[in-house]
Design a binder for this molecule. Structure first.
Ligand SMILES: CC(C)(COP(=O)(O)OP(=O)(O)OC[C@H]1O[C@@H](n2cnc3c(N)ncnc32)[C@H](O)[C@@H]1OP(=O)(O)O)[C@@H](O)C(=O)NCCC(=O)NCCS
Length: 187
């Protein structure tokens, strides 16, 4: 199949992924305005206006075709409640490489939900989308995110020293990666 690809919901055992919608505003605002959640993210805690813009953007972002295109669906539990979001962004369409990302509400952390949601995206990436490589980039101080990469059996590929001036300080970045032939779906 490959690119272009139009979003459709993805179902796991405990979570399902679908696009954010208007009635997610309160949960999305709670997530993206939380200083603990944002601590190692590229952005500062967001205002209501900023979250509203993100919601409108992500609700309509459904096609992956070219480099830079992304989808950022909600991670929902069985009742439909938004637990967090995951990101899949085409880094290079020519090189069939994407970036993956994740954030969970604090109450939903430590339960394996991010792992299940990320596994759904990796199944998608290496299945329907026929991608070759998926990367994750994170602040090395973000132990929970690094542990998640390792649980997904992503390889630690690089540690960039002070490559970002972020939130008033030089910040390192670690890159984790996995290839299509390395991905073993837990499903
Ligand atoms: C990064 C982040 C998404 C990781 O979330 P998480 O809940 O730790 O990750 P998982 O979904 O894989 O959950 C794993 C934990 O659940 C536990 N768990 C409980 N039940 C489980 C189950 N059925 N299956 C798998 N794991 C389970 C695991 O043992 C593990 O706990 P441990 O870390 O104490 O060993 C989360 O910390 C977060 O949202 N942080 C803020 C935003 C952020 O920094 N995002 C990343 C930017 S790079």
């Amino acid at each position: 199949m490959g690119l272009p690809w139009d979003f459709h919901p993805l179902d796991g055992e405990r979570v399902h992924l679908d696009l954010v919608r208007d009635d997610d505003f309160d949960a999305l605002y709670a997530l993206q305005s939380d200083p603990e959640v944002c601590r190692f993210l590229l952005f500062e805690p967001r205002s209501r206006d900023e979250v509203q813009k993100v919601l409108e953007r992500d609700a309509g972002n459904r096609r992956l075709a070219e480099s830079g295109d992304f989808v950022q669906p909600a991670i929902r539990d069985g009742s439909g409640e938004l637990l967090g979001t995951v990101l899949l962004r085409i880094e290079s369409a020519a090189d069939r490489t994407a970036e993956i990302g994740w954030m969970l509400r604090p109450a939903a952390q430590g339960k394996g939900y991010a792992r299940e949601a990320a596994a759904l995206l990796l199944d998608l990436a290496f299945g329907e989308l026929e991608l070759h490589r998926v990367i994750a980039e994170l602040d090395p101080r973000n132990a929970a995110s690094a542990a998640l990469c390792r649980r997904l059996e992503m390889r630690h590929e690089a540690h960039h020293l002070e490559n970002l001036w972020l939130k008033g300080e030089w910040t390192d970045t670690e890159t984790y990666a996995i290839l299509d032939r390395e991905w073993r779906s837990p499903a």
